[in-house]
Design a protein. Structure first.
Length: 1017
């Protein structure tokens, strides 16, 4: 082994922290002075929270307090308080005996439970997020005539025979408030049947009309107050027909809480209405309700003490066309021409493009020009962006000014607009693992604008998976979290925690949000809750700490302008495989983000006080706006490299016909500008290298490793996070840093100097071996040049070294833990170490005894408040297999207590201690050796030094391994009731239930003896 002394005081091993305010208040920037806690013990603000589903306000206050305290006890920082109402009544109305007008959102009963939740958070030192409305927070109870409610645009169309005229009442008169009448000549029409779109969605049928652009006419002024119009159409030689399009706007009266009373005595008798999301008026309706029905002085005080984020879910409102009455004026002000005669073009594919993907509209109108009218549709969507931005800004300003809190929302996706445009306008923009399908590239589309805007938090609703209720593994949760982190996310709201008490017409295991459709129902009714879940939450907390205490530095910005962001993220936006392979980090930004305060160039770096981009790449697949080219030239003229990849990009169509003619000239000028370069597909990394632009963390491995780099603000510790997204692999990273590296163990909180690294060409080179899905966190701390306290550095470390431990008395002495194995060839000049003793060989642990603690329904299955009825069975195992393969356990769930023993020391070879190596942990595992609880294990490389815990003679090992609850629940599924109904998955999917889950401890457990070798500086 070769060591090089490094000079660093032992006191530098400890991070120094300054405790600031307990909450962030209204400062959403990365430099906000908040109480972060420490890496070992992050503050509540930096810990994950659970989305907490409260069925309605009839619940027991004591149970709500218990649930919050239970979440805190296992390491959560609080909950996101969500009054659920069976998904707003979509999954069934109020159960028999309940009354949602009495227990609705904002009622005295609702406020009582809301207050209790806030008090519990305050008393426990937690922070609470809360929905701004019931269900997903898309609206509030309101007067049905409130003009701040959701609007719709209703199109009604009628064909006019060739060479004919129209005299009479316009089509659809009375369908709503009359907005406009448009006529156009039809070039052609066809019926489209059973077609598929790029997202994979199939649409049964619709009509496609090709309209002659120069015949589009606004006939609104010709319509009488009674709806009558007389129109004559010019004769033509081709016997083509004209078409009339009448447009009406009306309130949808769509609800996010379905409820209707015969007599409406209060605002709560009608449930809750969706509000207008495309103007400030919708936000004003929400604000008015809160101020009139919820915010007394006591509630405001509690929110100040314990509140964190006011929150809204992804927008899941339905319509014919996304609309607000102010849209035409917003459009005219933004683009300088009227939207009215182009209204036929927007009536297809401009509702909720996610949840209405198979219902885009009955008629698709295209123009007979080269872009088929796409430019006008793009402009309409740009006006929607403006209106939605007004909604978000109004809500955010109120939350900040009236509550001294911050606003979080799942911004824009699902809606027909560029997602990236409005992300900066809430304090904590949020995405989700379900909608983003764990797609790292998709996350980078979301995080780029947020990081450029300086946001401290990019949040994620984490862990919703279809048909995985009570089946979902913690290892899957962690994989999803790691994928999101390398995509730029740094906060997780875990989906979710249900109310655990008694509820109307609901059997054990209790209230189940989404009626068993989606994972997961985390609570103490899950065996893992008190048997290992805290280890995973500790990992997530420390990971969040590392990602929230510094700026996310990103190597490359990628230009991305979308008319409507693909809700399925089904296709790649660019060929970036070469920069991924070399370890360049990247994120996407839209030209809508170019005017953000941080978007300026200094010393050749874009956003030097934010992501600090070294270059911007424009893929040939990108659609570039004419206005943005001038901004790109300004960036380049300031010394910032811009790279066109794979050829010239395309033009982002607008309704301004003159722009397209100028686009080619503008691109030519851009390419002639200093610091603008062209690269072939797959050659971006080579172009960056030729400009001496290295990645912050260069990756050299035989796998696919993703990284993030968080640069310290005032904690003096930078963090490199590495995630192996593929199979087990090895290699090294080259980090551009002059600080000393430390292993930061996210499972235990320990921080230990890295001994296996070297310096080369001004970079720190660190070898790594990572199992599939394994992560590493390496901290970089400033050096103190104190030669009396040097710390060892190993240039090469043999593969037989299992671990190491610094002497308690001197940082110049290290105990290496060396296992049996062949010699490694080592080179170097400073130190050489040769193993004087040979370690004993490893051996498996066999003949396990399993005590299975069965968790079953209570005798009275109607009592949903009980955790479980428990009883034990014992099983002798010659090998470790799933419970599904053990007689008597196939349909069982609970906690497995796996016990075995081994004699120490081994009969042959030397041994100063040993490591125990487990198979990968799929759900949870707690370990005891001779009655001693051991620290948490890395799920993907579960190995730990048990030397301090073993003794001569017989040693007892106990592995406590919980299962999911599904295998038992599916065996009694016909007995389960939720809110007076059977689980809805049995109705929606009448086929077989999801199959059994592989549970328990599976594989081989090894004991690996080691000998200690002391190495001195």
């Amino acid at each position: 082994m070769v060591f090089i002394p490094q000079f660093l005081s032992r006191t530098a091993l400890l991070l120094s922290f300054t405790v600031h305010l307990a909450r962030a208040y209204t400062n959403d920037q990365i430099a906000a002075k908040i109480d972060k806690g420490t890496f070992q013990s992050p503050s509540a603000l930096l810990r994950p929270r659970f989305r907490y589903w409260v069925p309605d306000s009839s619940v027991e206050e004591t149970a709500v307090r218990h649930d919050i305290e239970s979440a805190a006890a296992i390491g959560a920082g609080g909950v996101e308080f969500l009054p659920f109402y069976n998904s707003g009544g979509v999954l069934g109305g109020a159960p028999p005996g309940d009354d949602w007008s009495k227990n609705g959102f904002g009622t005295p009963a609702s406020n009582r439970i809301f207050q209790a939740a806030l008090e519990t958070h305050r008393d426990a030192g937690l922070v609470m997020d809360f929905a701004i409305g019931p269900n997903q927070g898309q609206g509030v109870p309101a007067n049905p005539n409130d003009e701040g409610l959701q609007w719709d645009l209703i199109p009604v169309s009628e064909a006019i025979a060739a060479n004919d005229s129209f005299h009479g009442i316009i089509p659809g008169w009375g369908s709503g408030d009359f907005l406009a009448l448009v006529s156009a000549e039809m070039v052609s029409s066809e019926n489209i049947k059973n077609t598929s779109f790029s997202s994979g969605t199939r649409v049964a049928s619709y009509s496609r009309l090709i309209l002659k652009e120069n015949t589009l006419a606004d006939r609104t002024s010709e319509v009488s107050p009674g709806g009558h119009v007389s129109l004559a159409f010019p004769p033509n030689l081709h016997s083509t027909r004209y078409r009339l399009f009448a447009f009406y706007q009306r309130l949808t009266h769509a609800k996010n809480l379905e409820l209707s009373k015969n007599q409406s005595k209060t605002v709560f008798d009608n449930g809750s209405y969706n509000v207008d999301h495309f103007s400030a008026r919708g936000a004003e309706t929400v604000i008015k309700f809160w101020e009139e029905h919820i915010l007394n002085e006591n509630m405001k005080s509690l929110l100040t003490e314990a509140g964190n984020y006011a929150w809204e879910d992804s927008v899941e409102i339905k319509s014919n066309t996304s609309w607000t009455p102010s849209l035409p004026s917003v459009f005219k002000e933004k683009y300088g021409y009227s939207l009215i005669k182009y209204l036929p073009l927007i009536i297809f594919g401009n509702n909720n493009i996610a949840i209405q993907q198979s219902e885009p509209g009955a008629i698709e109108c295209l123009l007979d020009n080269p872009d088929q009218g796409v430019g006008f549709v793009n402009d309409y969507r740009g006006a929607l962006v403006e209106g939605y931005g007004q909604y978000l800004k109004t809500l955010t300003a109120w939350v900040e000014s009236s509550l001294s809190l911050q606003m979080s929302a799942q911004v824009s996706y699902n809606l027909p607009m560029d997602m990236e445009a409005n992300i900066p306008f809430v304090n904590a923009p949020e995405c989700e693992s379900l909608g983003f399908v764990d797609n790292i590239d998709a996350y980078r589309q979301f995080s780029g604008p947020a990081v450029l805007a300086g946001k401290r938090v990019i949040s994620n609703e984490m862990g919703a998976v279809s048909m995985e209720a009570f089946r979902y593994m913690i290892s899957h949760l962690l994989w999803s979290i790691n994928s999101a982190v390398v995509g730029g996310v740094n906060q997780f709201i875990i989906h979710g925690q249900p109310y655990s008490g008694k509820y109307w017409s609901t059997t054990w295991p209790g209230y189940t949000a989404f009626s068993y459709f989606y994972s997961e129902m985390w609570s103490d009714k899950q065996p893992a809750w008190n048997h290992g879940f805290s280890n995973a939450l500790g990992y997530i907390s420390r990971l969040q700490y590392s990602q929230q205490t510094g700026k996310l530095r990103t190597d490359v910005a990628v230009y991305n302008k979308q008319s409507a962001t693909d809700f399925a993220f089904a296709s790649s936006l660019a060929n970036l495989t070469d920069i991924i392979h070399d370890g360049y980090s990247y994120s996407y930004i839209s030209p809508d983000n170019f005017d953000l305060p941080h978007a300026y160039v200094r010393q050749g770096i874009l956003a030097p006080d934010g992501p600090a981009y070294k270059s911007l790449v424009i893929p040939n697949t990108a659609n570039v706006t004419l206005d943005s080219i001038n901004k790109l030239r300004t960036f380049a003229e300031s010394g910032f490299p811009v790279i066109l990849s794979g050829g010239d990009p395309s033009y982002y169509m607008t309704g301004a016909a003159s722009e397209k003619g100028n686009f080619a000239r503008a691109i030519a000028l851009l390419k002639e500008t200093d610091n603008v370069y062209s690269a072939a597909n797959g050659e971006i990394a080579n172009q960056l290298s030729s400009l001496s632009l290295d990645p912050q963390i260069r990756v050299q491995s035989n796998g696919t490793w993703y990284t993030t780099w968080r640069e310290s603000l005032n904690e003096h510790m930078d963090f490199a996070f590495i995630f192996n997204a593929g199979e087990a692999s090895s290699g090294h990273i080259e980090v551009s840093s002059d600080k000393r590296p430390y292993v930061c163990n996210m499972w235990t909180g320990d921080i230990t100097p890295v001994i296996n690294y070297h310096n080369a060409n001004g970079k720190i080179v660190i070898p790594l071996r990572l199992e599939s899905n394994q992560t590493a966190l390496i901290g970089f701390n400033g050096e103190i040049r104190d030669r009396s306290n040097s710390i060892l550095q190993g240039v090469q470390v043999p593969s037989t070294v299992l671990g190491y431990k610094y002497s308690a008395t001197s940082s110049q002495l290290v105990d290496l833990h060396v296992a049996a194995g062949g010699p490694d060839t080592l080179g170097g000049k400073n130190h050489s170490a040769f193993w004087a003793r040979k370690a004993a060989s490893s051996f498996p642990i066999t003949n396990w005894s399993l005590t299975a603690e069965h968790w079953a329904a209570p005798t009275n299955i109607s009592d949903a408040s009980l955790v479980a009825s428990k009883y034990n069975t014992t099983h002798q195992l010659s090998s470790l297999v799933s419970w599904t393969e053990i007689p008597g356990l196939a349909n069982s769930s609970g906690v497995g207590y796996y016990s075995a023993s081994f004699n120490w020391p081994p009969r042959t070879g030397s041994a100063d201690g040993a490591y125990v190596i487990f198979p990968k942990i799929t759900h949870a595992l707690c370990l005891r050796i001779n009655g001693n609880d051991l620290p948490a294990l890395d799920y993907n490389a579960p190995s730990i030094d048990i030397g301090p815990y073993i003794k001569q003679g017989q040693n007892e090992i106990l592995a406590i391994v919980p299962t999911t609850m599904w295998n038992y629940l599916r065996s009694i599924f016909d007995q389960i009731e939720m809110s007076g109904l059977p689980p809805l998955i049995t109705i929606a999917y009448p086929g077989p239930l999801p199959g059994l889950v592989q549970n328990g401890l599976r594989g081989t457990v090894q004991i690996v003896p080691y000998v200690k070798t002391v190495v001195a500086a």
